[in-house]
Design a protein around this ligand. Sequence first.
Ligand code: PGU
Length: 407
Amino acid sequence: MAKINTNYRKLQAGYLFPEIARRTAKFQAENPEADIIRLGIGDTTLPLTESVTSGMKAFIDKLSDKNTYSGYGAEQGSQELREALANHYQKYGVDIETSEIFVSDGAKTDSSNIQSIFADDSVIAVQDPVYPVYVDSAVIGGLAGDYADDSYDRLVYMECNEDNGFFPELPKEKVDIIYLCSPNNPTGAVATREQLKTFVDYAAANKAVIIFDAAYAAFIKDSSLPRSIYEIEGAKTCAIEINSFSKWAGFTGVRLGWTIVPKALITENSEAGELNQVWNRRQSTMFNGASNIAQAGGVAVLSGQGQAESQELIDYYMNNAAVIKQGLVEAGYRVYGGDNAPYVWLRLPDGKTSWDFFDELLQKANIVGTPGSGFGNGGEGYFRLSAFGDAERTKEAIERIKNRLKV
Ligand code: PGU
């Protein structure tokens, strides 16, 4: 007799973004004349750059010819892309071997799947608020325990709030896996070298592993801030890094990311090299490699011209972030993030819940944003606006907020 995985019943709600889409569609159906501006999901809106489309088209030409056609590629990704990525890390003074890089179809899948290479009694620590994928994946995999009193009893929540600059204190207890996301989704905070060093030291001392989600690394403008956790001494023994072409180069629909599992990484019961082999085994068994067309696009992003063009995309979005931040300050809100991250995180006036504000913003200004509580209890009373929209529409949205939702 088949039985379902009852862990799914422990999930608290539908996945956040489909829920927002559902509420927005309902509002639009009831108000067909409303001109809705979407600053909710962090989804890119600018087209792929010239170097990326030519790189992908050239690859499609190869696929169209019997002599140059290729089928399944290496599960770990093409050697060309892995080499280009290894070279990219050299810019930050970080030496990564190609065999430590695993190309994937994006950071979301990797940040979830990576949990399967750790013991099923692992204690996971997450920032609160947090990208919900880490928590929900732990729930589905049976690592989160039961939900009671607004939290899962086997997870350790590391509070990120105005008082600690949205970077957590070290866990008081011994934990095994620590998710850190910097630049942070949703708060837009970026960890300094000193802040990351405290976590690397903790992880090394406790033989814990940090899962470092750097999906927004390309948005860091301040050169004193680390773009990779491997810029921190000792991190290769205790950190896995996950990254993506999604936000960097507009690949949210193309799908391409990568994960670094250093050979030096160790755990309480494994020697250097074993985790790298185990992730390789997992990917070879359960993943057939990222699309070869997408990988050709990734190689193009990493070319000189490709990087310069991607930087233009980022500058465009970061200009939106500045417009959002400035406008919200003028409207009387306390705002965070937006300087080295494509998200602006605003504190709502006392007593207003995140979903109240979601409805108010939609009804009064026809703007879609993301309620902070969708990222966990620590996000209640906050709201996220995404800088990935069209520049003119973003300006229009901010004018509406200034006129209709002033604090
Ligand atoms: N990691 C973080 C921290 C993210 O915020 C996102 C996307 C991803 C990974 C996903 O990267 P991919 O490489 O494209 O898989 N967060 C967006 C989109 C929502 C979602 O469900 O991923 C957001 O609005 O938070």
